[in-house]
Design a protein around this ligand. Structure first.
Ligand code: GTB
Length: 212
């Protein structure tokens, strides 16, 4: 069954790999599953054909036969469950890897998204200058504790897993802000993720779309 995902026809980041199709591409590359990409324009995202696959008119989505999924976390989890390579066989280790996926999406990503909001979407508001350092400090607190937990390890819990894939993907969004470089342990962790051949293939594939 052919796997089809959606991505921006032209990502606002110009191919830095920060849009969420990259994490889905990366998961598929890690498990060796070929996929096709349907590119969606900014206008088409809000039109009925795309709203039938994504109720909120966003990317990415995932279609495989009759299965239609949205939410990058649900998609990566599905890929990791169906194919070997992203979740450990041991039941407890598997549960912990899944916990790290959730931690990436529900504990680490939200303050990072706030940074985008305060800098870009609300950057012209009179209170943006006061709010920015508060948001940055909330991110630093998460990064400080994550960095302490990772310590000298290569990955969050034993071998590389979907938990690392998601955490690295979330942390990558911080790179333009410079905050990641304040935490060398995490900067090195992200670099290890980027050095994986599967990540390199995923990055190159999204770049090929956005560099056209
Ligand atoms: N929780 C959902 C998920 O994880 O799948 C969130 C999906 C989402 O927000 N998708 C974004 C989208 O479709 C693309 S990734 N936005 C279009 C819209 O809101 O109309 C977010 C994103 C966009 C741009 C950059 N960038 O330019 O750096 C980075 C990330």
């Amino acid at each position: 069954m052919t796997i089809v995902i959606t991505a921006f026809e032209r990502s606002p980041d110009g191919g830095q790999g920060l849009a969420r199709d990259t994490r889905v591409r990366w998961a598929l590359e890690e498990v060796g599953q070929p996929y096709e990409v349907r590119l969606v324009s900014l206008r088409a995202k809000r039109e009925p054909p795309h709203l039938r696959v994504h109720p909120f008119g966003l990317i990415p989505t995932y279609e495989e036969g009759d299965l239609v999924l949205f939410e990058s976390g649900a998609i990566v989890f599905h890929v990791a469950e169906r194919h070997a390579g992203l979740l450990p066989d041991d039941a407890d280790a598997r549960a912990r890897a899944i916990a790290w996926m959730f931690a990436a999406l529900s504990t680490v990503e939200p303050p990072i998204l706030e940074l985008v909001t305060v800098r870009i979407l609300e950057g012209d508001r009179p209170w943006a200058g006061e709010r920015l350092p508060l948001v940055q400090d909330r991110i630093r607190e998460r990064l400080r504790l994550l960095s302490a937990r990772l310590g000298d390890a290569d990955w969050l819990d034993g071998a590389f897993s979907a938990g690392d894939l998601m955490m690295v993907s979330v942390l990558l969004r911080l790179r333009p802000s410079g905050l990641l470089d304040e935490f060398p342990t995490l900067a090195a962790y992200v670099a290890r993720g980027e050095a994986r051949p599967a990540y390199a293939r995923a990055f190159a594939a999204q770049l090929a779309v956005n560099a056209r």
